[in-house]
Design a protein around this ligand. Structure first.
Ligand code: ADQ
Length: 492
């Protein structure tokens, strides 16, 4: 079973919650079920693994069906054609707490999003992070051979590239994609185990980020904190300990065709979210879709909306903003606090402006079917994406791909990787500037139809050209290049 309903489509799964004894299947009746998550990285990786007959090593649910795995703890998936191997690394509750809810999400996440005051460095978390990286590296080493390409995903694996490259032949290629921002060196300076983290990543032959800013920040961090490394800013390479790391900016895209297709078939006049909240069909609609995460700037967005209604009384009763927030990492106090503040702020603004038949903000944390989400994207007149800092932000691209009627407008934080990627055809904001955000919301709602259409068409061209498939191709093109280079150099 690889059920990623909670991973937000990016392949990053929240740790499983244990089912009560009585809900667990009878051991004799257990079988493998394959539940394909919609969109995201998994959709891109699945066909590649099928074609390569590769191995996917993932965080396992300790409750999984290991009586159906082979001796190495692996299982062939999908059951009907057994195209590739799924290996699971089971983690204890303490490991999940220290590694995932600890160092990954209490230290690296806030630091990489340049929010150092939210770092909560508990005494044993770094050790758990190191140990879990070792376990994953060991699982990879068991499966890798001289020609293998090993591809790590994300900030949960900063130590693993070095461990794998040291234990495998020079011809094994190690790549890593870092899905979140890399902070400036002055912020990264405060990272516990800073130098080992950098040298761990320099074990990779290829290190990918979404946009140039993060590549520059990474190279500057190496330059400053790893004196033995030689940084070539022009070639974007680092030489360290006898090997070379190529650092690249490869912005990730979405499966634009599938969002377009799903939006075209969605019923825009019958959306469950709008029906449940009695939103009238003629209401002009704004939309925000985010994990409930302090980096997404939801609070600043709400304050800007309040300012917008204050400055534009004529829009009261005419415009409703729908905020879909998906609870995330709720075991971490900073997330719990943020969720509470967001809910209170929604209530306060609604109390201030609502009437008997109109609500300024519709807020929902309910799970949305893919079709419902695509229907909302299509129906929304303006999408507000206002993260304080965001590696890429796929929601922006999904909205653009699903805006099939040519009427959507995007208000976009200049701190999202999507802003670097999509350029100036969205309406840019500094997410912390309330007045500017309110002005851009006004502008989006009053824009002449031909300008709206022109901006959206330019965004759509970009999103369809630079889609998920193109991103996967660019990854593998870079992997081939570093492979060729490795084969022509001496063994490590
Ligand atoms: P996230 O921080 O999770 O990803 P984002 O890129 O916006 O942010 O991806 C969120 C995904 O979750 C989208 O595919 C969205 O459709 C989906 N989603 C959100 N709420 C949903 C719901 N209720 N139901 C169904 N789907 C929902 C991290 C980085 C980003 C980077 C991605 C990929 O923080 O900056 O873009 O990885 O690299």
């Amino acid at each position: 079973e690889y059920d990623d309903a909670d991973d937000g489509g990016d392949g990053r799964t929240e740790p499983p919650t244990e089912a009560p004894e009585s809900d667990r299947p009878d051991p004799d009746e257990r079988s493998i079920t394959v539940d394909e998550p919609t969109g995201g990285l998994t959709a891109g990786l699945d066909p590649v693994l099928r074609e390569q007959r590769g191995t996917w090593i993932a965080w396992g649910d300790g409750d999984a069906d290991f009586d159906v795995t082979d001796d190495s703890g692996c299982v062939a998936v999908p059951p009907e054609d057994e195209a590739y191997t799924l290996g699971r690394v089971d983690l204890s509750e303490a490991a999940v707490d220290g590694y995932y809810y600890g160092f990954s999400n209490r230290v690296l996440w806030p630091l990489c999003h340049e929010l150092p005051h939210l770092v909560d460095d508990r005494p044993t978390d770094l050790e758990w992070y190191r140990r879990v990286n070792e376990r994953f590296a060991d699982a990879v080493i068991d499966h890798a051979d001289a020609d293998s390409v090993v591809w790590f995903q994300d900030y949960h694996f900063a130590f693993a590239p070095k461990l794998v490259s040291e234990a495998t032949p020079r011809s094994t290629t190690v790549a890593q994609f870092w899905h979140i921002p890399w902070p400036t060196p002055s912020i990264f300076a405060a990272c516990p185990a800073r130098d080992q983290l950098l040298t761990g990543l320099l074990g990779a032959d290829l290190l990918g980020f979404h946009v140039d800013r993060y590549v520059t920040n990474f190279l500057e961090s190496v330059d400053r904190f790893v004196p033995a490394a030689t940084v070539d800013y022009r070639q974007r390479t680092v030489e360290y300990d006898g090997s070379k790391t190529q650092v690249v900016a490869t912005p990730m895209g979405v499966d634009a065709d599938s969002y377009d297709r799903e939006a075209r078939s969605a019923k825009t006049d019958q959306n469950p979210v709008l029906e449940d909240h009695d939103v009238a069909s003629e209401t002009v609609l704004g939309l925000g879709v985010d994990r409930l995460d302090y980096s997404k700037g939801i609070l600043d967005r709400l304050v800007a909306l309040e300012r917008f209604f204050e400055r534009n009384p004529a829009w009261q009763g005419e415009f409703t903003f729908v905020q879909k927030a998906t609870p995330s990492r709720t075991d971490i106090p900073a997330y719990e606090r943020y969720g509470k503040l967001v809910r209170e702020e929604v209530e306060r603004i609604n109390d201030r402006f609502e009437t008997d038949d109109w609500q300024p903000i519709v807020y929902t944390e309910a799970y949305l079917e893919h079709e419902t989400l695509c229907g909302l994207y299509r129906r929304a007149d303006v999408m507000i994406v206002s993260p304080l800092l965001d590696g890429m932000n796929l929601v922006t691209q999904e909205y653009v791909a699903a805006s099939v009627d040519g009427t959507g407008t995007v208000v976009l934080s200049d701190q999202a990787g999507a802003h670097d990627h999509l350029g100036s055809h969205a309406l840019s904001i500094d997410p912390t500037d309330v007045e500017e955000t309110a002005t851009q919301i006004e502008r989006a709602l009053t824009m002449a139809p031909h300008e709206r259409h022109r901006r959206l068409q330019t965004l759509r061209t970009r999103v369809f050209e630079a889609d998920l498939e193109q991103w996967m191709e660019s990854q593998f093109e870079w992997i081939r290049r570093v492979q060729t280079r490795n084969r022509s150099t001496v063994s490590r």
